[in-house]
Design a protein around this ligand. Structure first.
Ligand code: ADP
Length: 614
C-alpha cells in the first residue's frame, strides 16, 4: 500500500515536470475577454472591428473563449458622471464574471480601461486597438498593456485627393468638432499646419444644413475630405456613414474618406482604415495572453491596417482614371463590363455565330461548286444535244436535199419558160408575170427549208418562250415528211383543236420529236410494209399537254422500257445511245415527263407531257 502511494506521487511529480511551461499561467487566466468599444458597436466601422475580432477568436478554436462586449458610445455620451456611472454598471454586471483580458477599442476606451482597471479588473492585461500614434505617445501605457498602433496621416488623405482631382488646389475638411472626433482628432494640428500649395477649408463642427449648403458650392479643382459627422447639433445623432450618404447626395465634388466602411455610402476612397484587420490583431494578442504569454512579451506595434482602396462607382462619376491612383490601390464595387457579365453567353453566342458563318461559307462554296457543275453539265448537254441534232440533220440530209431540189428544179423550168416567152415577137407579159410569181413562191419554199435546217443546227442557248405545241409539232413533221417517204413510212399528224400554249424552247422540243420519229423509222426499217408513224397532240386535264409519237414497229422489250432512256444505251450497230437521254433531259428542263410504252396492237408509243402555260 505504502509503495503504491509513493509510486503515484512520483507519477504526479513527473507529470508536473513534463507539463508545458505556460500551463500554470493558463490555469490562472480565465478564457474570457471583455471588449470595450469607445463608440457604438452597431456602427458599421466598429461592427467590422468586432467582426474581425470575433472571426479570429472562432478560428482559434482550441479553448472556448467567452467574449463580452460593451459600447461606451463616447461620440454621443461623455462627462465624469456618465463615465462614473458606466464604471459602476460594469462593476455590478461583471462582479461574478472574471475577465481574462480587456480589449479596449479606441484611445478613449483605453484611457478609461487603464483608469478603471485597479478597481474592476486588477492585474488583468489590457489589449488595445484603434489607438492613434499621437494618442499612444501621449498616454504611454504601462508594460502589461499592449496593442496595435494606428498611424493616420492627414497628408495621406491629401495624396488620395490629388489622385482623384489631378489639378487639386483646395481641400475641404468635413467632420464633427475635432474634440468630439474619437479617431481623427489628431488631424486638427496636422490640418492647422497646412500643406504647401493647397488651400484647406475646414467645415468642422457645423450643423448639417450648413455643411450641405457650403458643399454645394465648391470650386472645380477641389475635393472633400470626410472624417465623420455624428450629429446635426440639435440633439439628433446618426452614424457617420449615414451622414456621409446625406453629404454625398448634395456635394458635387469627390469625397475622400479614411475608413473602409465609408466607401459604399458615397466616398471615392483613399487611404482607408480596414477595421476587421484591427479587430483580428487585437484578438490574436488577447488569445496569446489568454494562452499564457506575458503581455510584456507582445510589445505594442504599428499595424498595417490602412490601405489605398477606391470606389469604382465614384471613380466613374468623377471620371477618375485607374492609372492616377496610388500604387497598389484596390478598387471596390467594380461592375463587370458587358462582356465580363455575359462572358459565357457571349462565348456561346460567338461560337454559334462562328459555326454558323463557317456553315454558311461552306454551303455557299458548295452551292458555287454545284452551280459550276450544273453549268458544266448543261454546257456538255447542249454540246451533246447539238451533236445529236447534227446527227439527226445528217440522217435527214438526203430528204432535205430532195426538198431543196424540188423548188430549185421548178425555178429553173419556170425561168427557161420565161426566157422562151420573152424571145417570141409578141411575148405574153401576163404569163411572164405568173411565171415570176411561181419562181418567187418556189424560192421562198427553198429558203424556208434552209431556215429550218439552220435553226435545227444552230447552237443556241436554252431559251424558253411561249409557244404553240401544235405549231412546233407541225414544223417537225414537215421536216420528216420527205425522209419518211424516202424510207417508205407513212406519217400522220393529229393536232389538238385547241392551241396548246406552253413555255418552252421550240428548237429543243422539235429535236425531241425528231429523235423519237427517227427512232421509230429505225425500228421499222426491217419491216417489209406497214410502216406507220402517228403523231398526236392533246390536252390532258387543265394543266398539261401531251405529245405522242406512236409507230407500228416491233415495240420495246418490256424490261427495257426504262433502260432505253439511259445515256449510251443502244441496240443499234451505229447507234450512240444518246437520243432518248437527251430527249429526257430536254423534257425535264421543261418541267415535263417522258415515258415509253408498248401499244396493245403492237408498236412503241412515246409520250411527253408538258405543263400548259397559265
Ligand atoms: P440510239 O438511237 O443511238 O440507239 P436512243 O437513245 O435514241 O439511241 O435509243 C436507245 C434505244 O432505244 C435504241 O437503240 C432502241 O433499242 C430503243 N428504241 C428507241 N426508240 C424505239 C422505238 N420506237 N421502238 C423500238 N425501240 C426503240
Amino acid at each position: 500500500m505504502g509503495k503504491a502511494i509513493r509510486l503515484s506521487g512520483l507519477i504526479i511529480l513527473l507529470a508536473t515536470l513534463l507539463a508545458p511551461a505556460g500551463l500554470a499561467a493558463q490555469e490562472t487566466r480565465r478564457h474570457s475577454m471583455l471588449v470595450l468599444d469607445q463608440s457604438d458597436r452597431r456602427d458599421a466601422f466598429y461592427y467590422q472591428v468586432f467582426a474581425g475580432l470575433r472571426d479570429a477568436v472562432s478560428a482559434h478554436g482550441h479553448a472556448p473563449t467567452t467574449v463580452y462586449t460593451e459600447s461606451l458610445d463616447l461620440n454621443r455620451f461623455g462627462g465624469e458622471t456618465y463615465q462614473d456611472g458606466f464604471r459602476r454598471f460594469l462593476e455590478e454586471k461583471y462582479r461574478d464574471r472574471p475577465i481574462g483580458v480587456v480589449v479596449a477599442v479606441g484611445a478613449a476606451a483605453l484611457e478609461l480601461a487603464i483608469r478603471w482597471r485597479p478597481q474592476l479588473w486588477p492585474n488583468t492585461p489590457i489589449v488595445f486597438a484603434l489607438v492613434e500614434e499621437a494618442d499612444f505617445r501621449r498616454m504611454r501605457p504601462p508594460p502589461d498593456v499592449t496593442g496595435s498602433i494606428l498611424s493616420l496621416k492627414f497628408k495621406d488623405a491629401v495624396t488620395a485627393a490629388r489622385a482623384v482631382v489631378p489639378k487639386l488646389n483646395t481641400v475641404v475638411v468635413v467632420g464633427a468638432d475635432w474634440e468630439q472626433q474619437v479617431l481623427f482628432h489628431n488631424w486638427k494640428d496636422q490640418v492647422a499646419a497646412g500643406i504647401p500649395g493647397l488651400d484647406i477649408v475646414e467645415i468642422v463642427g457645423r450643423p448639417m444644413p450648413d455643411v450641405i449648403e457650403q458643399l454645394a458650392a465648391l470650386p472645380d479643382h477641389s475635393a472633400i475630405i470626410y472624417t465623420g459627422l455624428y450629429s446635426d447639433g440639435k440633439g439628433n445623432y446618426y452614424p457617420p456613414s449615414d451622414a456621409l450618404a446625406a453629404v454625398a447626395a448634395k456635394a458635387h465634388r469627390p469625397i475622400v474618406v479614411a475608413a473602409e466602411t465609408l466607401l459604399e455610402p458615397g466616398g471615392i476612397g483613399g487611404f482607408v482604415i480596414v477595421p476587421s484587420l484591427i479587430g483580428a490583431d487585437a484578438a490574436q494578442r488577447a488569445l496569446r495572453i489568454l494562452d499564457g504569454e506575458a503581455p510584456e512579451s507582445l510589445p505594442p506595434s504599428v499595424i498595417d491596417a490602412v490601405k489605398p482602396i477606391f470606389n469604382w462607382r465614384q471613380m466613374r462619376r468623377w471620371n477618375v482614371s485607374e492609372a492616377n491612383l496610388p500604387q497598389g490601390s484596390e478598387i471596390r464595387f467594380r461592375e463587370p463590363s458587358f462582356l465580363e457579365r455575359y462572358r459565357w453567353r457571349a462565348i456561346a453566342l460567338g461560337t454559334a455565330l462562328l459555326v454558323q458563318t463557317l456553315l454558311i461559307g461552306f454551303l455557299l462554296h458548295e452551292r458555287l461548286m454545284r452551280r459550276k457543275a450544273e453549268v458544266d453539265a448543261s454546257n456538255q448537254q447542249s454540246q451533246l444535244a447539238h451533236i445529236n441534232r447534227q446527227a439527226t440533220a445528217g440522217e435527214l440530209s438526203s430528204s432535205i436535199a430532195h426538198e431543196l431540189n424540188q423548188p430549185l428544179g421548178s425555178i429553173l423550168t419556170n425561168a427557161e419558160s420565161a426566157e422562151l416567152i420573152l424571145s417570141s415577137p409578141a411575148p405574153d407579159l401576163q404569163e411572164v408575170r405568173e411565171i415570176i410569181s411561181d419562181i418567187k413562191r418556189d424560192d421562198l419554199r427553198a429558203s424556208e427549208v434552209i431556215r429550218r435546217m439552220r435553226s435545227l443546227l444552230k447552237r443556241a442557248p436554252f431559251e424558253k418562250k411561249e409557244i404553240d405545241l401544235n405549231q412546233t409539232m407541225r414544223e417537225a413533221f414537215d421536216f420528216l415528211k420527205l425522209q419518211a417517204s424516202a424510207r417508205n413510212v407513212a406519217i400522220y399528224l393529229q393536232t389538238s383543236p385547241q392551241t396548246l400554249w406552253v413555255k418552252g424552247d421550240p428548237v429543243q422540243l422539235q429535236q425531241v420529236i425528231l429523235n423519237l420519229a427517227v427512232n421509230s423509222m429505225d425500228a421499222m426499217a426491217k419491216m417489209p410494209y406497214g410502216r406507220t408513224i402517228i403523231g398526236r397532240t392533246e390536252v390532258n386535264g387543265a394543266a398539261s399537254a401531251v405529245i405522242s409519237i406512236c409507230d407500228s414497229g416491233p415495240g420495246i422489250p418490256q424490261e427495257r422500257l426504262n433502260e432505253i432512256f439511259d445515256p449510251f444505251f443502244t441496240t443499234k450497230e451505229q447507234g450512240m445511245g444518246i437520243g432518248l437521254s437527251i430527249a429526257r433531259t430536254i423534257v425535264l428542263a421543261h418541267s415535263g415527263q417522258i415515258w415509253a410504252e408498248n401499244q396493245s396492237g403492237g408498236g412503241a408509243a412515246f409520250h411527253l407531257s408538258l405543263p400548259l402555260a397559265a
